[in-house]
Design a protein around this ligand. Structure first.
Ligand code: NAD
Length: 338
């Protein structure tokens, strides 16, 4: 058993907590909370131990939120701390983990130098026993899941990536301007992909005011052979990617996910939008949808296993897939949008 603590219980932390709870080889010791809000009450209602700083304990008790101990007690009894704190806060928390000699897994909002940049499909084995791992961001995870199987079979000359990013998560009070699109030329996403896979890539991103997904596109130029549309179906048949043929809006995918009864409509994998496939000369164009809140959940679970050198890559990915029902989700999405 690996003892896991989760620091931060927001969009990512609460999903990773649920997945750790379900996993037969992982034990969720508890979560660290900083304010006595409804999320703290939710964790308690869900039977999750809530740990708080010594100073804030009375504020939690005043709101009738039972606490299980201090942050120090939580982190020092964990084998791994999953840090799901807001962008940039992980870097400050790292000082504490280092002092406590705790292994930690950070998220994509941290700079790449905080730890080993991880994508299970691409570099699980290299992450074994690494003290500090960074699960790359939701979009970068999507790019890695798509690019890695391609570079194993073809030689890529260059990828131009264009990202349409959701402006905020459902529960965010911060986020993009309501009636405006914000863009960033030479966005950081290309460098982030290169922190995992050595591939020539450039990117531009556009932030738009909606909540439920990112829509990304790639123009991939190949040396020599390039994959056909049929090859794409073959290459991604057994990957953590749903091949969607008929959807024409992101909301259709979200609505189907809700109708399939998926908790928080989490699908845990990108959807390749096969009706956007185009091919010309040496290039292929394809778009994909990234469910930003859930795509990094399986990655965090595999990262915990790799960091503690607990199973092989194949065993870990299979167990994670089974636990999150990912094959079934993929097959049902593909049937609905066939
Ligand atoms: P969030 O704002 O929803 O949640 C962050 C949580 O951390 C909150 O519960 C907050 O109270 C808590 N917190 C505050 N101060 C803290 C501290 N000092 N230490 C630990 N926790 C503290 O954020 P999120 O969207 O879950 O993002 C967490 C990380 O995951 C970021 O690095 C982000 O870039 C990354 N990420 C987010 C998404 C997404 O779509 N939301 C996707 C992939 C990766």
């Amino acid at each position: 058993m690996i003892n896991v603590a989760i620091n931060g219980y927001g969009t990512i932390g609460k999903r990773v907590a649920d997945a750790v709870k379900k996993h037969v080889k992982l034990k969720l010791l508890g979560i660290a909370k900083y304010s006595p809000d409804q999320d703290a009450k939710l964790a308690a209602v869900n039977g999750i131990n809530v740990y708080v700083s010594k100073e804030s304990r009375s504020a939690f008790e005043a709101k009738n939120i039972e606490t299980s101990g201090t942050l120090d007690e939580l982190f020092t009894s964990a084998d791994t701390v999953v840090d799901a704190s807001p962008d940039g806060v992980g870097e400050k928390n790292k000082l504490m983990y280092t002092q406590m000699k705790r292994k930690a897994i950070f998220q994509g909002g941290e700079e790449a130098d905080i730890g080993f940049s991880f994508n299970s499909r691409s570099n699980f084995n290299e992450a074994r026993n690494k003290e500090y791992i960074r699960v790359v961001s939701c979009n970068t995870t999507g790019y890695c899941l798509l690019i890695k199987p391609l570079v194993e079979k073809y030689e890529i000359k260059h990828i131009f990536a264009s990202l349409i990013r959701r402006g905020a998560d459902l529960n965010d009070s911060k986020g993009s301007q309501l009636n405006s699109v914000e863009w960033k030329a030479k966005s950081h996403h290309a460098d982030d992909v290169r922190s995992v896979i050595d591939v020539p890539i450039s990117s531009v991103s556009f932030k738009v005011p909606h909540t439920h997904s990112h829509i990304n596109s790639m123009l991939i130029e190949f040396y020599g052979d390039k994959p056909t549309k049929d090859d794409f179906y073959e290459i991604f048949r057994y990957e953590r990617i749903a091949l969607i043929n008929t959807a024409t809006t992101s909301s259709q995918i979200v609505e189907v996910s809700r109708d399939l009864g998926l908790k928080r409509y989490d699908i845990f994998m990108p959807c390749l939008l096969m009706n956007t496939f185009m091919s010309d000369g040496n290039s292929v164009f394809i778009s994909f949808m990234v469910p930003q809140e859930s795509i990094v959940v399986p990655e965090n679970i595999d990262a915990i296993i790799a960091q503690n050198d607990f199973m092989t890559k194949g065993e870990s990915m299979k167990l994670t897939d089974d636990m999150l029902d990912m094959k079934n989700i993929k097959s049902r999405l593909e049937k609905v949008f066939n």
